[in-house]
Design a protein around this ligand. Structure first.
Ligand code: ADP
Length: 542
């Protein structure tokens, strides 16, 4: 074999070194509610070294798991850098999960130490006695720690630990394939499943995020991850920003429209990522108050389908939303919906409302009945499968091996793929409505309904039907004072989708139930329907 380039490992340590040395003058600001506190990346680098030293002194060794139970903040970034770089595994706990799920996850991952925001002690303390493997709790920030006492764990103060630790740490040479971080899916079906990221996967995912076909991050950017660092790594934005030497702005626990708009107006981020529900609140607020969000050059949005009306609304206030698709299992960024070069306006919109174009390094395919691979013709509908260097190859402790197929991950998402790599999702496998043998996309119906001026939110689920096996039920949230009837909405839909797909069952609700991470909770709607808890109106005419 010819001798080639150096076998230099792709690690988070390398991202940290670059960010905190070469880009040491850039930094991170965290919103406190009425202002920000700032730290340069050089300072963050020293504090990460101190944190690693302190954790080592607490006995953290090898691939032990160190968990975080924290909002997006400077200290969370320090944990993101220090824990993987010392060779341990960062485990971000999703604080929005139910108590039993959190206990299951922390015990399943065998977390040894937990870093907890002081503001979250009331939420965390009741879990603590049930966290069997946890020995140490490190409290970040000021607050009453009394509720944590009596659980048989050692309690520490983050700032004191850092002050007592040496300012430098002898970072180990790591294998790029070693575990760096883990995250559990929120478990919309069955128990949550753990995904373990390697140093290499985090590094390649960050590089990809910085490319022009993704987010084009550079040292001229200021990045605001609104998406929580405990949910799919805040879409990888923190590592990518540090790699790019971009500044970071962290929202802390202030995730409502009003403080977010204030933060955007004062810190003027250029890139901000959040799920569609957050952006629709922000849009409403910005319209009412004439807020200036134009510092944002790019708003990556995903986690669920991004309504076209939301994108158009942002276009009107001079801000560009770009849809992306991915999942905890895919690190998460897999496709990004930039339109192709020179696209006519209609084609550009078709691309923008797709889930996006597959990023270099990843491969996507759609698979039909009997695991046959379907053509990439933008028409054949099947389950989406994906593979690549930042796609998980298994769940932690090999749970659910059936989700893998010849080295591909079965995503549980259903859709089409075009010849030029654009993915269009029509549903999650479990949400597809099968009416008389034909598939109806709940997502498509929802998107069209949400484009109606009277509709704030709409969720569509399949319900049993004697004649067609399953038919769509539309649950609609109307704007205050609006009076649209099922007949009006059917007429509106009738111009956009085939007649046989129009729902005949309608219910008006005050809010669509959401999961812990803000997605429509269709399980709850199906159950309410089955229990007869919804007032359903029939409408057959158009
Ligand atoms: P879960 O919702 O199971 O906890 P994730 O938070 O990892 O898992 O979410 C991944 C799922 O979110 C994807 O499989 C897909 O169904 C959905 N999703 C993500 N982005 C989009 C998007 N742009 N459009 C539609 N669905 C999306």
């Amino acid at each position: 074999m010819l001798s080639t380039m150096q076998d230099f490992p792709l690690t988070i340590t390398s991202i940290m070194r670059h960010g905190t040395e070469v880009a040491g003058d850039a930094g991170v600001a965290t919103w406190t509610g009425d202002g920000v506190r700032r730290r340069t990346y050089a300072e963050v680098g020293e504090r990460a070294a101190r944190l690693a030293g302190a954790l080592r002194a607490l006995g953290v060794d090898g691939e032990q798991r160190v968990a975080t139970f924290m909002w997006n903040s400077t200290e969370h970034l320090e944990a993101y850098l220090a824990i993987p770089s010392m060779g341990a595994v960062l485990h971000t706990l999703n604080l929005r999960l139910f108590a039993d799920q959190l206990v299951y996850i922390a015990n399943h991952a065998e977390d040894r130490v937990v870093l907890v925001d002081a503001s979250l002690i009331p939420l965390f303390a009741p879990l603590l006695p049930r966290l069997d493997t946890v020995r140490h709790v490190v409290v970040v920030g000021e607050g009453d720690t009394a509720p944590l006492e009596g659980a048989g764990k050692e309690l520490h103060d983050y700032e004191r630990l850092l002050a007592e630790a040496p300012p430098a740490f002898d970072w180990p040479e790591l294998d790029e394939r070693a575990a760096a971080a883990m995250c559990y899916t929120s478990g919309t079906t069955g128990n949550p499943k753990g995904v373990v990221y390697s140093h290499r996967s985090a590094y390649l995912h960050s590089l990809s995020t910085c490319t022009g076909n993704a987010m084009a991050l550079s040292a001229t950017d200021t990045v605001l991850p609104v998406v929580p660092m405990f949910h799919a790594n805040a879409w990888g934005l923190p590592y990518a920003a540090v790699m790019a030497g971009a500044d970071l702005v962290m929202p802390g626990r202030f995730l409502q429209a009003e403080p977010l708009v204030r933060l955007i107006e004062s810190e003027r981020p250029t890139v901000a990522g959040a799920v569609p529900t957050i952006w629709s609140d922000v849009l409403r607020h910005a319209r009412e108050h004439g807020s200036d969000l134009t510092s944002l050059r790019l708003v990556p949005c995903g986690g669920s389908a991004v309504p076209e009306s939301l994108m158009r609304g942002f276009d009107e206030i001079g801000v560009r939303i770009v849809q992306a698709w991915g999942m905890t299992e895919t690190s998460p960024l897999a496709t990004v919906a930039h339109p192709p070069a020179g696209a006519a306006p209609d084609d550009a919109w078709r691309a923008r409302i797709s889930q996006g174009r597959v990023l270099a390094g990843l491969e996507v395919r759609v698979v039909g009945d009997g695991d046959t691979v379907l053509p990439n013709d933008g028409r054949a509908v099947g389950e989406v499968e994906i593979r690549g260097p930042w796609i998980t190859g298994a769940y932690y402790r090999d749970e659910d091996p059936g989700r893998f197929h010849d080295g591909w991950l079965r995503t549980g998402d259903v859709g089409t793929l075009s010849r030029d790599g654009y993915l269009v999702l029509t549903d999650r496998a479990k949400d597809v409505i099968k009416s008389g043998g034909e598939w109806i996309s709940s997502v498509e119906l929802e998107n069209h309904l949400m484009a109606h001026p009277d509709v704030v939110e709409a969720a569509v689920v399949g319900v049993p039907d004697e004649r067609w096996q399953e038919r769509p039920l539309a649950s609609v949230v109307l704007r205050e004072g609006a009076a649209a009837t099922p007949e009006d909405l059917r007429r509106f839909l009738g111009d956009r989708i085939p007649k046989w797909q129009l729902p005949e069952r309608w219910t008006f609700i005050t809010e669509v139930p959401k999961t812990s991470v803000g997605k429509f909770d269709k399980k709850v709607l199906r159950r309410r329907y089955a229990d007869g808890d919804l007032r359903v109106r029939r409408a057959d005419g158009a």
